[in-house]
Design a binder for this molecule. Structure first.
Ligand code: FRU
Length: 322
């Protein structure tokens, strides 16, 4: 039997405890069905940069052919990724960036654009006047810096809009610790922009509990089971779609490993989702997921048939005495 050459991809995921990262993993797994010559070793670092550095070293020691990495923070992860890349291991970065250009391909939406879309939407909704609280992601990760830049640039165009920026860390605890102590400021706040739906949803709940049901909240991610559901049930005013890039990362890896050139940057599309288009998006997601489930099921059936075929063939070989 002809054995196809297989490749080993090391995947270093910064953490695995939020819905957006689960979606990414599911997309990766679905895309792998189309690439039987790719095997993965998957590591997740529990949102800890030192642990992620350690895991990447471990992957390198296992002689991976390519690294896919979503780096927790830029500065601490740059040296180890640089060093793999300098040693000839292609690197596909997903979602968050590093501080050098030691990578083959970057997969992700343009986060300045994400911030801009949120800023434009907020300005329109507020009729260009009012106070906003912005809750950033982890300031040492590139999407937080870029979303803050895009949002800030947009808001700065309107003299009657003001913003207080507070630092979050992408997780709900950072919002729970700070927002309840800002009651005075919340009294004249009309809108909150949080850098992801986890923090946006937490902020919306706190506002409701503190008696500020009129403060509107905008988030980022707009994934089917979280952000889109929150926009649908009106707990969020809007969310900016931030595709996970899991499927695209595997496709870029496959291209590279097969000796074709994957573009260094090819930004994923983003749009603002609110009550006017949320249902259409949900349907779109559901359709894709249903199709892919079907494909995975058919792949399972094919493998089962192949197994039966092999065992029958073996039986025949035994019967004919070969
Ligand atoms: C998930 C997440 C997303 C956010 C992205 C930014 O871990 O926090 O919610 O959009 O990471 O890197």
């Amino acid at each position: 039997e002809k054995q196809e050459k297989t490749f080993v991809i090391g995947i270093s995921q910064l953490g695995n405890a939020d819905a957006w990262r689960w979606e990414m993993k599911e997309e990766i797994d679905r895309e792998l069905v189309f690439n039987p010559d790719l095997k993965i070793i998957y590591k997740e670092a529990g949102y800890n940069s030192a642990e992620q550095v350690r895991q990447i070293r471990e992957l390198a020691a296992r002689k991976i052919d390519l690294l896919i990495v979503s780096p927790n923070e830029a500065a601490p992860l740059t040296p180890v990724i640089d060093s793999l890349y300098q040693h000839g291991i292609p690197v596909v970065l997903v979602d968050r960036n590093i501080s050098s250009d030691s990578y083959t391909s970057f997969i992700g939406a343009d986060n300045i654009e994400v911030g801009k879309l949120a800023g434009q939407y907020a300005a329109g909704y507020l009729n260009r006047s009012g106070h906003i609280i912005e809750i950033t992601g982890l300031p040492s990760s590139t999407p937080a810096l870029q979303r803050e830049k895009g949002f800030g640039d947009e808001i700065a165009r309107y003299p009657n809009l003001s913003v207080t920026v507070i630092s979050g860390d992408w997780l709900e605890g950072s919002v729970q610790q700070q927002l309840p102590h800002m009651v005075k400021e919340l009294q004249n706040t009309r809108l909150i922009f949080a850098h992801n739906d986890v923090m946006a949803h937490t902020a919306a709940n706190i506002c409701r509990q503190l008696g500020f049901p009129n403060i509107k909240v905008i988030g980022v991610d707009a994934q089917p089971r979280t952000g889109l559901a929150f926009v649908e049930n009106r707990s969020l005013l809007a969310s900016v779609l931030y595709p996970t890039g899991g499927g695209e990362a595997i496709r870029a890896a496959a291209k590279t490993l097969h000796g074709k050139q994957a573009p260094k940057r090819d930004p994923l599309r983003t749009i603002i989702v609110d009550s006017t288009n949320v249902e259409m998006l949900q349907q779109q997601f559901n359709r894709v997921i249903a199709q892919q489930k079907d494909i995975v099921r058919q792949d399972g059936l094919l493998k089962e048939q192949a197994r039966i075929f092999r065992s029958q063939k073996n039986l025949i070989l035994i019967l004919v005495g070969n």
